[in-house]
Ligand binder design. Structure first.
Ligand SMILES: [Zn+2]
Length: 344
């Protein structure tokens, strides 16, 4: 009896000793892993991930692997509470100036955004918090004010109208065809008879047909801070009624404030009626001057949405800021529902 107890005791001791040894070995092995990885250079990171992190899964049957391995476009940690840039363009033309971006620079902006992992979303999807992007990418919203012909124009062919390939829409469309994962989204804030005075109806129809949006910039570009409140229906509702002539079923429900003038009476800017046409807005866009909060951020206020001026100084300053502070930018967790674009 005593001997067998001793034997059991001895066996138990050996078992514990062996188990401890294994545990120690494992722990020290795990410790050395991350240390090596941390000290490795950024450029090697992807390779390390491939060789190291998934090594443990080598014995897992092949079928389950695709579920675990999703490509992160930027390698950034998802953060769906980060900031989102709403870019503000005005004219697109041949010479760079305060309110004009050249075609070449606009094309370069798109390329730079794409290369840095930014992807286009619509303002509507931002307001609805339906941000549907691949893992690791950051949403960016494009807005264009004033409905100028550099933003959209037609070239008259013998039989039909062609989108001017040198206009912002032409450039975006071409870029989208080369980079379908960039998306094709923008909101054009227009006044009466936008883009191309003669063919303005075809112009707004074409833009909406491409899956992009038209927004309200008032009928005659009036500063809502300065005009009498009684004129709001004429200016805000008047623009809605005007666009409805071309797009009877299209809903215009956001305003980019002309000259940044904040309405004296916000409620009257948001809702009213002009000659039997009702208007209802859910967002007011300011002129400046910083990225906007995520729709889930308590600071999110659709009635005071800040925008970043898309010029050389401001756009690239903010891009640089997010390069240096990636934790500040919205980074998608990659849970997607799928989005389709209508290219004609
Ligand atoms: Zn304007």
């Amino acid at each position: 009896m005593k001997r067998s107890l001793l034997l059991i005791g001895l066996l138990a001791f050996i078992f514990v000793a062996v188990a401890c040894g294994t545990v120690n070995e494992k722990t020290s092995g795990n410790n050395s892993g991350p240390v090596t990885e941390d000290s490795s250079e950024q450029a090697d990171k992807k390779e390390d991930l491939g060789n190291k992190d998934y090594n443990d899964e080598e014995n897992v049957p092949e079928k389950t692997e695709p579920l675990d391995v999703e490509q992160n476009v930027t390698g950034l940690i998802p953060n769906e509470n980060g900031q989102i840039m709403i870019l503000m363009y005005h004219r697109i033309g041949d010479r760079e100036s305060t309110w004009t971006r050249t075609r070449e620079n606009f094309r370069r902006d798109l390329q730079t955004l794409y290369d840095k992992g930014y992807r286009l979303i619509s303002l509507k999807d931002y307001l609805d918090n339906k941000i549907d992007l691949p893992l690791g990418t950051t949403p960016v919203i494009l807005t264009f004010d004033d409905g100028t012909s550099g933003q959209f124009d037609f070239i008259e062919g013998d039989e039909d109208l062609q989108i001017d390939p040198g206009s912002a829409v032409g450039i975006m469309k071409e870029f989208y065809e080369e980079h379908p994962d960039f998306g094709l989204e923008a909101t054009f804030y227009v006044n009466q008879r936008p883009f191309n005075y003669r063919y303005w109806k075809e112009a707004v129809k074409t833009i909406v047909g491409l899956g992009m949006d038209i927004g309200n910039h008032s009928l005659t570009h009036e500063n809502l801070k300065k005009i009498p409140i009684e004129k709001y229906p004429d200016e805000i509702g008047g623009l809605v009624a005007h666009i409805t002539e071309a797009l009877p079923d299209y809903i215009i429900d956001t305003i980019a404030l002309p000259n940044g003038g904040y309405p004296q009476d916000v409620d009257k800017a948001l809702e009213g009626e002009f000659q039997g046409v009702k208007y209802k807005n859910r967002a007011l866009l300011l002129v400046g001057a910083r990225p906007a909060p995520a729709p889930t951020d308590p600071a999110f206020n659709p009635l005071k949405l800040p925008r970043v001026r898309a010029d050389e100084e401001n756009l690239y300053r903010w891009l640089d800021y997010f390069d240096k502070h990636p934790e500040k930018r919205y980074v998608s967790n990659g849970i997607m529902e799928g989005k389709k674009y209508n290219l004609k």
